[in-house]
Design a protein around this ligand. Structure first.
Ligand SMILES: [Zn+2]
Length: 175
């Protein structure tokens, strides 16, 4: 991709390089076409979709992933808010009233412990009936710094990326 000199879509020669998730993507300045690794392009497409829907670009990819898991229904998500100092979280319920997807998510968090910047947990929530929240430990209060919020946002994308791979492995429980 480093020697890319023309846009695949329109042939324009002005491509802007951007770093996303440890990869380089090139965006055509003329037509907006993106060139780069498929998984990173998917993320950028999801972030554009989030923007169009008025959702947080930080939590939307993982929120959509969770909502599409069998037996899981997304109840709400936040990518964090730097003005209020609140941390990102995702709220969901188990629509089939079984715990297998909690086991999958819990195992994923365990495997990713060394890779995540914040300490993530799945908390039973009283906000919603039989609800759960995926959030960082001790984030209940406002007043979190931009540095903390940014770290949690990077973790949301790491989780989104890893979970897609974990889903194909033998330990991942299927219905
Ligand atoms: Zn183009």
């Amino acid at each position: 991709m480093a020697d890319l000199d023309a846009c695949d879509a329109c042939g324009n020669h002005v491509l802007e390089a951007r770093r996303v998730l440890d990869a380089t993507v090139h965006e055509c300045e003329l037509c907006g076409h993106l060139h780069g690794p498929a998984e990173v392009l998917e993320l950028l497409e999801l972030q554009r979709e989030a923007e169009a829907l008025g959702c947080s670009e930080f939590s939307f990819p993982l929120a959509r992933f969770l909502d599409r898991l069998p037996g899981v229904k997304l109840l709400g998500d936040s990518g964090g808010n730097e003005k209020l100092g609140t941390m990102p979280y995702l709220a969901f319920e188990l629509s089939d009233h079984r715990t297998w997807q909690l086991e999958n998510l819990g195992q994923a968090l365990r495997l990713m412990r060394g890779e995540l910047e914040r300490d993530w947990m799945i908390e039973f929530s009283f906000e919603y009936q039989l609800g759960f929240e995926l959030r960082t430990r001790g984030d209940g209060k406002a007043g979190h710094t931009q540095v903390e919020i940014d770290a949690a946002r990077r973790d949301l994308l790491r989780l989104w990326r890893r979970l897609q791979g974990y889903q194909t492995l033998s330990w991942w429980k299927r219905a």
